[in-house]
Ligand binder design. Structure first.
Ligand code: NAP
Length: 329
């Protein structure tokens, strides 16, 4: 996998990172560990986690995985949102909860929609708590994450989904710089949706690494950010939307054949979207969420391939989406 350095830091990492949130669709810890191992074997050594992922379990499992190989992994975590006591209790019975969700996908989808964070519905406020972005909260969260990750430093420490009014920039910037100078974090930044991240990161200054949601649809409607950044969400929402677009005969803008793909070749479609995301952020990092080791390998192959190979199909995709975006506006 191509390697890159996070801008303004000495954090050298892989251009593909593995997100640990989706792993918790797998009920069994051994299967989650297999995906982590498959990623590392394939050359991915950037791992993104957070105190809220896996209902508080994700950091611990990643820490266990990193045991004995700390110098080979780049660990990114966040602060500002944590798992509540109820969420943590459920996290310990991860297997039965996930098996129930897998047996009843509509229940899982409802839970997912209402539980993306403390501000999201009744399940969200039951499972997660806002811990805030002030200095004591950041310090406590870092100490807890270091224990869970079984390490004495994290490579990237980010404010998790802050809103601009939530952050006292000068205080938290000074503390994050202190944490970096003390060797507890190697780089710091802001993670979340592009609008709030841009506003909070602008206030925090040039040292802040930006980790933002970005996909082909979002990019088609917004001005391009050319700075190297960490991106996530290339597939999660864009894949079903694109499949819907391709499946509608009455919308002739885009057909599977235009993209050089057989109908229902979802892996091929994912590869195109990943190619497009890598091309839009050539010196940055692209996070992937998956429960499938084969899909890790697809992403790694895309990152290693000649960018010109799939350029025509990516061109068709972006031109079509940009056209659709212009018609919407
Ligand atoms: N605020 C933040 O900083 C923030 C917010 C959200 C997410 N994240 C991070 O980003 C990570 C990734 O999340 P995301 O939203 O960016 O996920 P994503 O990669 O956009 O999408 C994940 C989905 O794509 C599917 N997929 C992956 N490869 C595929 C392939 N080759 N063919 C078909 N389907 C494929 C996966 O299904 P399979 O399981 O079948 O592969 C999964 O359903 C998270 O784990 C988390 O670490 C950060």
């Amino acid at each position: 996998v191509r390697e890159t350095t996070l801008p303004g830091t000495d954090v050298f990492t892989s251009a593909i990172g593995l997100g640990t949130a989706e792993l918790y669709r797998l009920p069994c810890a051994a299967d989650r560990r297999r995906i982590l191992a498959a990623a590392l074997d394939a050359g991915v050594h950037h791992f993104d986690t957070a105190p809220m992922y896996g209902l508080g379990v994700a950091e611990h499992e990643l820490g266990r995985f990193a045991r004995g190989r700390r110098d080979r992994v780049v660990l990114a975590t966040k602060f500002g949102v944590a798992t509540s006591a109820v969420g943590r209790a459920l996290g310990h019975v991860q297997g039965p909860v996930r098996r129930l969700f897998n047996a009843a996908p509509s229940l899982r989808d409802r839970a997912r929609r209402s539980a993306v964070g403390p501000g999201a519905g009744s399940a969200g406020s039951l499972l997660y708590v806002d811990t805030g972005y002030d200095v004591p909260a950041a310090r406590r969260s870092l100490e807890t994450s270091l224990r869970a990750l079984e390490t004495d430093y994290v490579d990237l420490f980010m404010l998790h989904e802050p809103r601009p009014g939530d952050v006292r920039s000068a205080d938290i910037r000074a503390w994050l710089e202190h944490a970096r100078d003390a060797g507890m974090v190697r780089a710091w930044g802001v993670a979340g949706e592009p609008g709030p991240v841009a506003r909070v990161a602008d206030d925090l200054g040039p040292s802040a690494i930006r980790q933002v949601r970005e996909d082909a649809f979002l990019r088609s409607g917004t001005p391009r950010d050319t700075r190297p950044r960490v991106t996530f969400g290339a597939l999660g929402r864009a894949m079903p939307r694109l499949v819907g677009l391709l499946g509608t005969d009455s919308r002739p803008e885009l057909r599977w054949a235009d993209l050089g793909l057989d109908p229902d070749d979802h892996d091929g479609l994912a590869r195109l979207l990943l190619r497009d995301a890598l091309a839009a952020n050539p010196a940055g990092v692209l996070l992937l969420g998956t429960t499938d080791a084969g899909h890790v390998r697809s992403a790694v192959e895309v990152a290693a391939a000649d960018p010109c190979a799939s350029a025509p199909a990516v061109g068709v995709l972006t031109t079509t989406l940009a056209g659709a975006g212009r018609r919407r506006n």
